[in-house]
Design a protein around this ligand. Structure first.
Ligand code: PLP
Length: 331
């Protein structure tokens, strides 16, 4: 994108503003004060199972509609929340959705794939071979649709272009009206657009990203998106990005992630997911332990959604099943 001065209006897909709620029992369990820790509920956006991709899709779909698109085409992992919300947005807007997914079809689709099917999306399985292969496959799908007379709009991986990230610039301003004394917002970093939009709105010092292992060069990805948004280069070393929660790689279940899921569920009745928000919370807990997040200041955890992914994650399902066995009795 060369200029963001003249972008089409976003379409409305969610219910705004999302709530900002205190998490006093979780705060207490971490040694923070009851007023120190809040959660921004972007899991409750109202569209298709919720999550952060809805804000990006408002802008991306605004451009697609303005171009007269007939189809939305995007890429992702099989349990992609972005793919699921693209399918929901397509349904809402009366557009066909084609999801180009990594790997091969699951024997028993679960989690996000179940919802992709409910929203009526078509899935094209691209086989093994990482990001570039997936992008090429999506180009091929779009070219074939064009040859058939359709007008496909190709949406970026994770919805993370500067245009999509505008949705999180708006979220940053929304957050400031709810919490003017915000010290730090903690956010999962996947494809980078969410963190980049927040940094654009709030400055690099108030945003703590937690890398989830979805890209190989997280700092450069976020810095490039922020530069695209602002039109000026951002020094990459000004970003606050924790790299310590990736474990064995994207999507793998780590002990701190499972502990964060349990702790948040058992203190606040709030469900996190094992791929993104659980990592972000594990990063927040680590940041409290090493003093990067301190008592007496307002920290906001951005809940970016992902609940359906819990039901598509073999490791998390096995861990919860084992836990359930230990606490089950018969009368
Ligand atoms: C995609 C996603 C993220 C990461 O957002 P990016 O903008 O891709 O960095 C975080 N949480 C959930 C649940 C997501 O689906």
């Amino acid at each position: 994108m060369t200029s963001l001065n003249d972008v089409p209006q976003p379409v409305r897909l969610g219910t705004w503003p999302t709530p900002l709620e205190p998490m006093p029992r979780l705060a207490h369990s971490l040694g923070l004060g009851a007023e120190d820790l809040w959660v921004k509920r972007d899991d409750l956006v109202g569209l298709g199972g919720g999550g952060n991709k809805a804000r990006k899709l408002e802008w991306l779909c605004g451009a697609a509609v303005a171009e007269g698109a007939t189809h939305l085409v995007t890429t992702g992992a099989p349990q992609s929340n972005h793919a699921r919300l693209t399918a929901a947005a397509g349904a809402r807007l009366g557009l066909e959705t084609v999801l180009v997914l990594a790997g091969t079809p699951d024997a028993t689709p679960q989690g996000n794939l179940t919802l992709d099917a409910l929203f009526g999306a078509t899935c094209v399985w691209a086989g093994a071979g990482g990001g570039p292969a997936l992008a090429t496959a999506a180009e091929d799908v779009a070219a074939r649709l064009r040859a058939d007379g359709a007008r496909p709009a190709l949406l970026p991986f994770g919805g993370s272009s500067a245009l999509g990230a505008l949705g999180y610039g708006a979220c940053g301003h929304e957050l400031l009206t709810q919490a003017p004394d915000l010290d730090t917002v903690v956010v999962a970093m996947g494809s980078g657009g969410t963190m980049a939009g927040l940094v654009h709105a709030l400055g690099p010092q108030r945003v703590l990203g937690v890398h989830c292992g979805a890209v190989t060069d997280p700092v450069d990805v976020v810095a490039a998106l922020v530069s695209d948004l602002s039109g000026a280069p951002l020094p990459p070393d000004s970003l606050r990005l924790r790299l310590d929660q990736v474990g064995e790689g994207y999507g793998t279940l780590t002990e701190p992630v499972m502990a964060a899921l349990n702790r948040t569920a058992r203190t606040e009745g709030i469900v996190l997911d094992p791929v993104y928000t659980g990592r972000a919370m594990a990063g927040l807990i680590a940041a409290v332990a090493d003093g990067d997040i301190a008592p007496g200041r307002r920290t906001v955890f951005l809940h970016t959604g992902g609940l359906p992914g819990l039901f598509g994650h073999t490791g998390a399902l096995a861990a919860t099943a084992a836990d359930l066995t230990t606490r089950s009795r018969t009368l």
